[in-house]
Design a protein around this ligand. Structure first.
Ligand SMILES: [Fe+2]
Length: 541
């Protein structure tokens, strides 16, 4: 009997299988290979989200050096890297209106298996990529592993962490946002000090420029190595479009005010879809894109991937950081404001009520645990992350409790720091219960080299009892899950402004089954040796 297709990626609206493979080529972007700018990605489900044909990925017209005509692309999925046993194959048409990208969906692969994939077009064969399907929904699962990453500002450093991520033995990678930034590469911000085409100095404002930016980012061999090794599940934060946008409201300093905003959002989502692995259910509809979705790994873990940008109310009080209390900042306590939108909130609660998995992991963008910036009794909070939407946060955590969720773990990007935090039912109540755990992963490159501890980090640890760990080096987080515990390794590199940094585990924090809250794994606790007086980053950069 052939197994059922894994149900690890059911989208909330339509629910097809997911995309997986796509791949790049080893050729440089300057060559004429049709795979030169290729998106490479896969998802853990049995389908394929293909590459973009772009022999000239940095072409200023955004066409990637392709003619204005459709191109047939063949794809293959095999049980071995040499393609001796091809188990699925097909042909899709890459069309100019989606930048000659393809997103084939493959059904009927076996659950919990390794597969290899490749694409063929115009007489060229792409490199081979690897993916691993999810175990069948509800099946007994003794362990799984994943990694999560975020914030890869190209100009701030090399993607050494992505290279190390490629070598990890994990089932799937979650990318939690800021995969790409809207800012151009200039002499001032190019901390890589490599030569970048002057046409990439300006901000991404239209489709051609967003495509060009993906061409730049995907020209990096370390990023492509990570894609080739692992299935990626991606969700955008803000910079895939622009800093701190909120639904139909651009940032105050945006170059795309008024009637310029929604066309820019439309262009950014189209380019995002073209270059990353999404099913047809996420095909953008103008400025809208279905991003929140659910993935299931056997009976062990349910992942709910959030979208905290598209449906949120505008940030309160001018979107900075403010002294906060119900009297000073009533808007952030206003139950009518939401960071997720009411429909997504209801979707999440429904998933939780129906789930029987041991662990619930929420793939999230901006930090959920409170970040008090004031060491005194008073509070100062950022308005962009969950601290600016306290009623929504409390509602979400209360919903987990009423749904019987015992093991809630939130994984987060955005902050460019590593945190391990307890999630509290109410941060304004000192007697409040610990109701979950949050691991915030640092950036891949944003912020440059970073440091183990900073003055800002010391202050945060003093001001926030629930914050148990801080680090500000670059890297990613590797997570191992069993029925008994969920264990997060903070993997860091000592520098990114030069190539070739080694990777190490800075600390490991564990959550035990049935016991919310993070605990230091003392057997794996490294002692930090670096210190630098690095200021807190500009919010959400
Ligand atoms: Fe970021």
């Amino acid at each position: 009997m052939s197994p059922q297709p894994p149900r690890c990626c059911s989208a909330p609206a339509r629910s097809p299988p997911t995309p997986c493979p796509s791949r790049p080529s080893s050729r440089s972007p300057a060559t004429r290979s049709p795979w030169a700018s290729p998106p490479a990605t896969r998802s853990p489900t049995p389908s394929c989200s293909g590459p973009r044909l772009a022999p000239e990925p940095l072409a200023a017209d955004g066409l990637g050096g392709m003619p204005q005509e459709p191109v047939k692309v063949r794809w293959q999925v095999a049980e071995d890297p040499l393609f001796r046993k091809v188990v699925k194959a097909g042909t899709v048409t890459a069309t100019p209106n989606f930048g000659h990208s393809v997103h084939p969906e493959v059904w009927g692969l076996r659950p919990g298996r390794d597969y290899w994939y490749r694409f063929m077009a115009a007489g060229e064969v792409s490199q081979t990529g690897h993916t691993r399907t999810a175990p069948a929904y509800g099946s007994p699962l003794a362990r799984m592993s994943f990694a999560f990453a975020s914030c890869a500002l190209y100009s701030h450093g090399f993607y050494t962490a992505y290279r190390h991520l490629a070598d990890e033995d994990v089932d799937v990678v979650f990318h939690l946002g800021d995969y790409l930034y809207e800012s151009g590469v200039t002499a001032e911000n190019n901390w890589r000090r490599t030569t970048v085409d002057p046409s990439l100095a300006g901000e991404t404002l239209d489709l051609a420029r967003y495509r060009q930016q993906y061409g730049l980012y995907k020209s990096d061999p370390d990023l492509m190595a990570a894609h080739q090794s692992h299935a990626f599940v991606v969700a955008p934060d803000d910079h895939e479009i622009e800093n701190n946008w909120a639904d139909e409201v651009p940032e105050e300093r945006s170059q795309s005010q008024g009637a310029l905003w929604m066309p820019r959002r439309t262009a950014a989502f189209q380019a995002y879809y073209e270059h990353l692995p999404f099913r047809a259910s996420s095909l953008p509809d103008g400025p809208d894109m279905q991003i929140y979705r659910n993935l299931r790994y056997g009976d062990l873990v349910d992942f709910n991937v959030l979208d905290t940008r598209q449906y949120r109310d505008d940030q309160a009080y001018g979107d900075g950081s403010d002294p906060a209390s119900p009297e000073l900042t009533p808007d952030i306590y206003d139950p009518s404001r939401s960071m997720m939108g009411l429909e997504q909130e209801a979707w999440l609660q429904r998933n939780w009520r129906q789930s029987t998995a041991r662990w619930q992991v929420l793939a999230n963008q901006a930090p959920m645990a409170e970040t008090d910036l004031d060491e005194t009794e008073a509070k100062t909070l950022y308005m962009d992350p969950w601290d600016g939407y306290i009623a929504n946060r409390n509602r979400l955590l209360e919903g987990a409790r009423t749904s019987g969720i015992e093991n809630l773990v939130v994984i987060t990007g955005d902050r460019h720091h590593n945190y391990a935090s307890n999630l509290m039912a109410d941060y304004d109540d000192p007697e409040s219960a610990v109701v979950g755990s949050e691991f915030v992963g640092t950036s891949i490159a944003s912020g440059g080299d970073g440091a183990d501890m900073t003055t800002g980090g010391e202050s945060l640890l003093l001001a926030n009892d629930h914050l148990k760990f801080f680090n500000s080096q670059r890297g990613y987080v590797r997570v191992r899950v069993t029925p008994d515990e969920l264990s997060s390794d903070f993997r860091v590199v000592p520098y990114v402004e030069r190539r070739g940094a080694p990777i190490s585990t800075r600390a490991t924090y564990v959550v035990e089954n049935g016991r919310p809250g993070v605990q230091l794994d003392t057997q794996n606790a490294a002692v930090g040796t670096k210190y630098a007086d690095v200021p807190m980053p500009t919010l959400n950069r």
